[in-house]
Design a protein around this ligand. Sequence first.
Ligand code: NAD
Length: 328
Amino acid sequence: MKKIAFFDAKPYDEICFDKIKNNYDFQIKYFESKLNEDTAHMAKGYDAVCAFVNDKINDKCAEILHELNIKAIALRCAGFNNVDMKSCLGKIKVMRVPAYSPYAVAEHAMALILTLNRKTNKAYIRTRDFNFSLNGLLGFDLHSKTVGIVGTGKIGRVFSDICKGFKMNVLGYDIYADENSGINYVSFDELCEKSDIISLHCPLSEQTKHIINKDSIAKMKDGVMIINTSRGGLINSKDLLEAIKNKKVGAAGLDVYEEESDLFFEDFSDATVKDDLLLSLVSMPNVIVTSHQAFFTKEALENIAKTTLDNLSDYFSGRELKNEVLLK
Ligand code: NAD
């Protein structure tokens, strides 16, 4: 029986993985700690590790795992920007869950838009206090507005369909435009200039890091709404905050944040958060921050558990690795 060290384990992970683990020949040990260079030693005696979005598998961490004879990392997420792939090359196989529910993420992006626009979060609090005033709750029709989608892969496409359901005009920017997608492709600059709402659905890479910065924001419409359910590093948060303060950006919905790794998924309600930038963003009336919850649906969790264990099973049985992350 192969032993799996499962890092950054939450109760909901344990429920989903325990439900199906008897279909596989694995013994899973759940660790609450995140996997990083300080905790990698905990994988001693295990055959593989299972990691999530905010585990940091840098060169040092990969080296320790290699020394411990760990030959497989099963990421239970799609993105792999948190893994130093060069350090794993030829030593450790890295597998991921490329798609578990594009609907979960795309629907959350729309939830952020609807909440920011119609301010249902504020209305809920008001009416519980019997404050039935409408002042400050004015929104706009999404119908006929232009939404710009950066990254039109699995999630971007579903999001496009949702927006089309609202009869919005959809513009797309992608390095691989798919002309059969029914999306009207434009340059990134044109997307910035024409969109009332911009939603990010591309991966974080050297090319996309801080794609939203003071220069790209300057090209956008006054009052633009920016939605990020992809990766925090796509946005220069300092530039975004500045643009929110000077009202260039009308609203922002952030499910991810560049410095989220030590904060998101944990409860700091009784502690002091020291990240001034995040404190400022959270305190803005036209910003909603959610803690990387876009993926968090029942269907997505079930798919993540099954694909992760299938990936490990493929690895240990010597079968072809369908979901291996390969260096390009
Ligand atoms: P995907 O691979 O299907 O699509 C990504 C698209 O981005 C592709 O079409 C690709 O060509 C495009 N792209 C790549 N580089 C680009 C660039 N430089 N400029 C413009 N477009 C570029 O991925 P997906 O399943 O749609 O997921 C998208 C992203 O969503 C993931 O990379 C991940 O970071 C994020 N995500 C977030 C959550 C969450 O819970 N918040 C969950 C899952 C995925």
